[in-house]
Design a protein around this ligand. Structure first.
Ligand SMILES: Cc1ncc(COP(=O)(O)O)c(C=O)c1O
Length: 431
């Protein structure tokens, strides 16, 4: 049993300076159950109460190698002694750009940013500038960061989304300009007919279709065979920029992300998270023809877009990804975990549907295959929450939010996986 008293005390203190006591709404789990971090090492974290957990949140995905990963931290520590920021481009940046272009099949050029939010915001502007059009297509349940252009139909109760033949874009926050809703078309993920209908009706007015390869912010729902390919085909037909948001999948599901995994070449792609093993670097990548409009009447930049910790962190992380079998190891451990959990649920007579990839997966309690957020919302989320509450209490920490996938890193050992499976066997017996 974990002692949460100290976390609750820290929460009380934090609430006095931060709304909800956190610096991101997603980090607030509720009163008395919101954890506060002390430290992390490898696949483990310790909260302020001294409780230890096997971590499956990996900071929402960035930690691909492990917490406080020496081989990355040593490079960063050495590099920052030569200066953090200079408002000049360094050769280290160029090396990171070169590695990205080499690793990601659809990308000829990149520009750096500080967060996934910035990367998608810039990508949307570039796509609008390149096409001279304004409309954006996005899928319900996908999340592309906190800017106002795509913060629509992300987590609203799906009843508010309207009929799937004519979805209503729902702003995810007060304060978002209503008028931006006129520039966005939302659709259920994996809706082949709906997508074709929208293309027929609005194709010539659409600047970009933006999509995560899988619904990394809604139960890791996978694309049905042919769906990403349909997007590719139709966007080509109508001269629309296809932006693949690889902020979660990039450098995680394969060295070349979803582009390599699905053999897909979008027009642009966005990155952050695993790119730097937690050091803050993001990127917008794309075809040379599109990227080269940047600086020719199209703005992109930022004081911190080449921050040394981010650049050095990305340099060290990408080098390790290229040199070692990182993703294969993660896939092996993740596969072992998924298979073990499936077996535990099946033996207990619980119908769980799994989605995602071994290094980034989710499950939901339902009998049916889940292909979009509307279907996902019908699953038994109370049971999921109950399991997570018990797991966290026993030292295994996936995200409490059922939309958020389980993330694995290179430091997760077979021992971690076996311990996790023991915890779940134990929990399931008590239900
Ligand atoms: C697919 C996707 N795009 C964009 C973002 C925004 O990235 P950031 O939190 O770095 O702004 C996220 C964050 O979770 C994401 O999952």
């Amino acid at each position: 049993m974990k002692n949460f008293e100290q976390n609750a005390k820290v929460q009380e203190r934090a609430r006095k300076v931060f709304p909800l006591g956190v610096n991101s709404n997603f980090r607030y789990w509720g009163e008395g159950i919101t954890p506060y971090i002390k430290r992390g090492k490898g696949s483990h974290i310790w909260d302020v109460g001294g409780n230890e957990y096997i971590d499956y949140r990996m900071a929402f995905g960035p930690i691909i190698l492990g917490h406080s990963y020496d081989e990355v931290d040593d490079v960063v520590a050495a590099e920052i002694r030569n200066g953090l920021l200079a408002a000049m481009t360094s050769e280290l940046e160029i090396e990171v750009g070169e590695m990205m272009v080499e690793m990601c099949p659809g990308i000829d050029m990149v520009r750096f940013a500080c967060s996934g939010t910035e990367a998608t915001m810039h990508a949307i502007r570039i796509a609008r500038a390149y096409t001279g059009r304004e409309l954006i297509v996005k899928f319900e349940g996908n999340y592309h960061g906190f800017h106002d252009h795509t913060l629509w139909s992300t987590y609203a109760p799906v009843e508010s989304y309207g009929n799937k033949r004519n979805p209503i874009p729902v702003a995810a926050s007060s304060g978002i300009l209503k008028s931006l809703g006129e520039k966005i078309i939302t659709l259920p993920f994996n809706d082949f007919d709906g997508f074709e209908r929208v293309m027929r009706s609005y194709g010539e007015q659409i600047a970009a279709v933006i999509s995560e390869p899988c619904q990394g912010n809604c139960g890791a729902i996978l694309p049905l065979p042919g769906f990403l390919e349909l997007i590719r085909k139709k966007t080509e037909e109508y001269g629309i920029v296809f932006i693949l948001d690889e902020v979660k999948t990039g450098f995680r599901i394969a060295n070349g992300g979803a582009q390599e995994y699905y053999n897909l070449k979008p027009d642009m792609a966005t990155y952050a998270k695993a790119l730097g093993n937690g050091y803050p670097l993001a990127a917008i990548g794309g075809k040379a023809e599109i990227m080269q409009i940047i600086g020719h009447g199209v703005s992109q930049g930022g004081t911190y877009t080449n921050n040394k910790p981010g650049v050095a962190g990305a340099y060290a992380t990408l080098k390790l990804l290229k040199e070692k079998n990182i993703i294969e190891t993660i896939n092996q451990r993740g596969g072992m975990l998924m298979d073990g959990l499936k077996k535990i649920f099946a033996e207990a007579g619980m119908s769980a549907v799994f989605n995602g990839y071994p290094g980034m997966f989710s499950f939901a309690f339902t009998e049916e295959k889940i292909t979009n957020q509307r279907e996902w919302s019908e699953t038994n989320k109370d049971l999921y929450l109950l399991l997570m509450e018990k797991a966290i209490d026993l030292g295994v920490m996936p995200d409490y939010d059922p939309r958020e996938p389980w993330f694995l890193c290179y430091s997760h050992s077979e021992e971690d996986i076996n311990k996790t499976l023991d915890v779940f066997s134990q929990i399931v017996k008590t239900l």
